[in-house]
Design a protein around this ligand. Structure first.
Ligand code: IMP
Ligand code: MG
Length: 337
C-alpha cells in the first residue's frame, strides 16, 4: 500500500463500502480510518451472509486485524455509533478522535425542521449540516466531552503517523462524492463540507505528502439522492427498463439514476488527484459480467466502457466490481494497492 485514500467521484453511493471491504480483506491494513462528513453517509457491505449499512464505523471492520479509526474532521452521533459498534462487534478495536464534533438531537431536529434544508436541498436529515454550522460558530461539543465515547477516545492523526513511520499499511475511507462537495459540487445542492481528497486527508489528519495512492470510485452509471442538477439523468422508466432501482442506505429514498458522466468524471479525477480508478456495479449495467474475476471474462461492451473512462480521465482503472460479494472484483492493480 502503504497509505491509500479511497474517495467518491460522483454523488456518493458509488460503492466505496464494498471497495474498502475488499481492500481490507485482501491487503490487510493495520489501520482503517474513516473520513468525510459524518452519519449522512451509508456505506453498504455484504459480509458473512449479512448486509451492513454503516454510517460511522469504517467498512474495513471485515478484516479483523484492522484497528478502526474515526478522524477528527468527522461528525459523530453517539447513538448511531454505539448501535453500529454493537452490530459489528468492534468495540475493542475502535478509536474515535477526541476532537470529533458531536451531532446532538437538536441538530437532527434543526435539519429535519428546516424547510430550506429538508425540502429545497433534500438533506439526509441526519443533523450534519446544523452540526457543522455549530462547529464553524465554535459552539459544538466535542467527543472528549461525551461520557459514552470515553472508552474509544484517541488521537487519530498520531496513530496514523506512528503506523506510517513504521511502514505499516493504512487505508483511509472517504465518504460522499465529488458532486456533493460544498466547494466543487453542484452548490447549493451539496453537503456541508468539501468531499474531495484534500479534505478527506485533513479529516483524519494525514498530510498530502504521505499518501501513496488516491483511488477514486465510480459506479458504471450515476445516481443521486436529494435535489439538484443531474445532467445525465434518465427517465425513471428507462432506469427500470435497465433494471436499476436503488434506495438510499440512510434515508430509504429512491435514488435518481443517470448515465455515466464522462465530463464530470474527468473533473473529479483532476480535483482529487486520482492515481487509480475503481468502477463498481459493472454487472448491473452490463449483463453477462456478473461475478467476473478476470478482465477476459468481461463482455466486449463492458471492456470498451472501461477504456472510455480511462481515456476521458487519463487515469488507469485498476479495480472493477462485478457483484455484491466482497470477492466479486477484478483486481488489475498489480501491487499498487
Ligand atoms: P446532508 O449531507 O444530509 O446535508 O445532505 C445534503 C445533500 O447531500 C443531499 O442531497 C443528500 O442526499 C446528499 N448526501 C449527503 N451524504 C450523502 C451520501 O453519503 N450519499 C449520497 N448522498 C449524500
Ligand atoms: Mg451511500
Amino acid at each position: 500500500m502503504p497509505c491509500v485514500l479511497v474517495c467518491g467521484g460522483q454523488w456518493g453511493d458509488e460503492g466505496k463500502g464494498k471497495i474498502v471491504a475488499y481492500l481490507s480483506l485482501k491487503y490487510r491494513p493495520h489501520l482503517v480510518a474513516r473520513a468525510g462528513v459524518g452519519p449522512n453517509a451509508g456505506h453498504t457491505v455484504h459480509f458473512g451472509g449479512r448486509k451492513f449499512g454503516l454510517r460511522q464505523v469504517p467498512c474495513g471492520f471485515v478484516y479483523e486485524g484492522a484497528r478502526l479509526l474515526i478522524g477528527p474532521g468527522v461528525l459523530v452521533n453517539p447513538d448511531v455509533l454505539l448501535r453500529e459498534v454493537e452490530e459489528t462487534g468492534t468495540g475493542g478495536r475502535l478509536g474515535v478522535d477526541e476532537r470529533c464534533a458531536l451531532i446532538e438531537p437538536h441538530h437532527v431536529e434543526r435539519d429535519r425542521g428546516s424547510e430550506h434544508l429538508s425540502r429545497r436541498i433534500g438533506t439526509t436529515g441526519s443533523g450534519c449540516g446544523p452540526a457543522n454550522e455549530d462547529r464553524v460558530r465554535r459552539v459544538a461539543r466535542l467527543a472528549r466531552e461525551e461520557e459514552r465515547l470515553r472508552p474509544f477516545l484517541t488521537d487519530v492523526p498520531l496513530e496514523l503517523h506512528e503506523a506510517l513511520e513504521r511502514g505499516r499499511k493504512v487505508l483511509i475511507e472517504g465518504s460522499q462524492g465529488f458532486g456533493l462537495s460544498l466547494v466543487h459540487g453542484t452548490y447549493p445542492y451539496v453537503t456541508s463540507k468539501d468531499t474531495c481528497a484534500g479534505t478527506m486527508l485533513a479529516d483524519v489528519g494525514v498530510g498530502p505528502t504521505r499518501v501513496s495512492e488516491v483511488l477514486l470510485v465510480f459506479k458504471a452509471y450515476a445516481t443521486r439522492v436529494g435535489e439538484g442538477p443531474f445532467p445525465t439523468e434518465m427517465p425513471q422508466e428507462e432506469a427500470e427498463r435497465l433494471g436499476i432501482v436503488e434506495y438510499g442506505t440512510v434515508t430509504g429514498r429512491r435514488r435518481r439514476v443517470g448515465y455515466f458522466d464522462f465530463e464530470m468524471a474527468r473533473r473529479a479525477a483532476i480535483i482529487n488527484g486520482a492515481t487509480q480508478l475503481a468502477i463498481t456495479c459493472l454487472d448491473r449495467l452490463f449483463r453477462g459480467c456478473a461475478g467476473a474475476r478476470r478482465w477476459e471474462e468481461l463482455t466486449e461492451e463492458a471492456r470498451s466502457f472501461v477504456r472510455r473512462v480511462e481515456e476521458a480521465t487519463g487515469v488507469p482503472v485498476t479495480l472493477l466490481s462485478t457483484g455484491e460479494g466482497i470477492e466479486d472484483v477484478i483486481d488489475l492493480s498489480r501491487g499498487r494497492l
